[in-house]
Design a protein around this ligand. Structure first.
Ligand SMILES: Cc1cc2nc3c(=O)[nH]c(=O)nc-3n(C[C@H](O)[C@H](O)[C@H](O)COP(=O)(O)OP(=O)(O)OC[C@H]3O[C@@H](n4cnc5c(N)ncnc54)[C@H](O)[C@@H]3O)c2cc1C
Length: 460
């Protein structure tokens, strides 16, 4: 239960509609994937930075744990709550304050959804290039606090590369206004980086200055069956070199995933026949409406001539582009047999085939009928492995995690490429970070949140 004197102070400090408790919480969940009903007994919905600051100052004084909620699309249990936690949601800080077409920056509240900004930027002939399947619900504050990756990291980088400045509130209510609008600013420590990717453990992000790009005039997409991994790696290098910086996605599917998303009950249909060892979606974006298309076509034809591609289609319309992307986005097919175990790992490209083979054979050795699906952002070295729980014993998760994570240690891989650590991967952090790095993380946490009230127990 929340301490009654703290509750009284919060009621006095915040407007009435900023506090939700009791029946008001009915129907509220805390996790998009698991639809877990909210366990916390008190939800705070501040509408301004001042209200976030006031709420945190009171919680800090009382030693009250606070869990920050964005769009709740995180996949590592970072937003899970206990009945004794207070939830602080950014859902009312949903205003796009400005879009400056000359400076190409947007200033937004942290509760603005990714899709909201994508659409607003487009109206001004600009683009916010971060993109991921959860765009309709995920918030920009959540994207920054998880340093989200997504489909076009190869070209535009992760969220970190798109945040010019931000405003954050520390555990004790101190507001850090680091709303830099400049691309180049080496004036002292780049403090925003402390909050980006730290999953809400060091501060609550309240506002952001985001870098926009000119809206591409042309998008080309091809889907190819590829005869082997060497050809796949050569295809990536060939397309990147030939497109002169235009390559914006290189999304690979192993055959089991391709079969799954192109066979009923999935809605998608196979653009190229089944039976190849790899499939890839290749996308290019550029500013030369006529020239880009020709460049893409000729680069792709050369790849076919060189034997890097076994079979392929090049999309001829926006509808065909959308149909190809829909296959890649249809990851929920993996949940047909129950909520799957989803992993997002990073590793050197050269190690990918041996790694996937080792994980698959170790899984099959233990559970011969296991369903495992592999796909991901190969251009970024990021693979998603999704393992269906059916046919596995109820307590299989730790053994599955060992099979997936342990080989990464020897090859310098990362246990999380883009989803973060949350509560789910904490035990495995030493695979990807040294003891000295983890000790420095603890030093930072202690300095910024000495009472440990912000997202306690997450990450470290
Ligand atoms: C279908 C689907 C596809 C996805 N695809 C991708 C993908 O391609 N790439 C990728 O990286 N992720 C992907 N994700 C994961 C998820 O969308 C991202 O992690 C996203 O950035 C989370 O944003 P959110 O607003 O939903 O955050 P939440 O889930 O609400 O929170 C995530 C974490 O950030 C903290 N947090 C949230 N807001 C703030 C804030 N304002 N200040 C401080 N801390 C905060 C929370 O406490 C929690 O620890 C996908 C998820 C789904 C469901």
């Amino acid at each position: 239960m929340i301490d009654s004197s703290l509750l009284a102070r919060l009621k006095a400090a915040l407007p009435g509609d900023a506090l939700v408790a009791g029946e008001g919480l009915a129907g509220r969940t805390e996790d998009w994937m698991h639809r877990q009903p909210m366990r916390s007994a008190l939800l705070l919905r501040p509408a301004s930075t001042g209200e976030v600051s006031a709420a945190l100052a009171l919680c800090h004084a009382a030693g009250q744990p606070v869990i920050t909620h964005g769009g709740l699309t995180g996949l590592v249990h970072g937003a899970d709550t206990a009945p004794t936690d207070v939830v602080l949601s950014l859902e009312r800080m949903r205003r796009i304050e400005s879009i400056d077409p000359l400076q190409r920056v947007a200033v937004v509240g942290a509760g603005v959804t990714l899709q909201q900004l994508q659409e607003a930027a487009e109206e001004q002939g600009l683009a916010f290039p971060l993109d991921l399947g959860a765009r309709g619900s995920a918030t920009l504050g959540g994207n920054a606090s998880t340093n989200a990756g997504g489909n076009r990291v190869l070209r535009f980088g992760m969220t970190r590369e798109m945040v010019l400045g931000l405003e954050a509130v520390l555990a004790d209510g101190t507001v850090i206004p680091a709303m830099n609008r400049l691309i180049k600013n080496n004036s002292g420590y780049d403090l925003k980086q402390i909050f980006i990717g730290s999953e809400g453990t060091l501060g609550v992000i309240t506002r952001l200055v985001l870098r926009l790009r000119e809206k591409p005039a042309r998008q080309d997409v091809a889907f190819a069956a590829v005869p082997g991994f060497d050809a796949l790696a050569a295809l990536l290098k060939h397309m990147d070199r030939s497109l002169g910086g235009g390559l914006s996605a290189f999304e690979v599917m192993w055959p089991e995933f391709y079969q799954l998303v192109t066979t009923p009950p999935a809605r998608g249909r196979a653009p190229v026949p089944h039976g190849s060892p790899y499939y890839v979606l290749i996308e290019s974006m550029g500013g030369d409406a006529a020239g880009d298309g020709e460049r893409f076509q000729s680069a792709f034809e050369k790849a076919v001539q060189d034997g890097l591609v076994a079979d392929a289609v090049v999309a001829r319309s926006q509808a065909e582009i959308a149909a190809i992307w829909a296959l890649r986005d249809d990851v929920l097919q993996t949940a047909r047999w129950g909520l799957p175990f989803a992993f997002d790992v990073s590793l050197p490209i050269a190690d990918m085939p041996a790694y996937v083979e080792r994980v698959s054979s170790d899984l099959r050795a233990r559970w011969p009928d296991v369903r495992a699906y592999v796909f991901g952002h190969m251009g970024d070295g990021n693979l998603h492995l999704v393992i269906s729980p059916d046919g596995l014993p109820a307590d299989a998760r730790p053994a599955v995690e060992r099979i997936v994570y342990a080989p990464l240690e020897q090859i310098g891989g990362a246990i999380s490429a883009e989803h973060g650590i949350g509560l789910e991967k904490k035990a495995w952090l030493p695979i990807s970070r040294s003891p000295a790095e983890i000790a420095l993380m603890r030093t930072l946490k202690q300095a910024l949140d000495p009472k440990g009230i912000l997202n306690p127990g997450r990450v470290i």
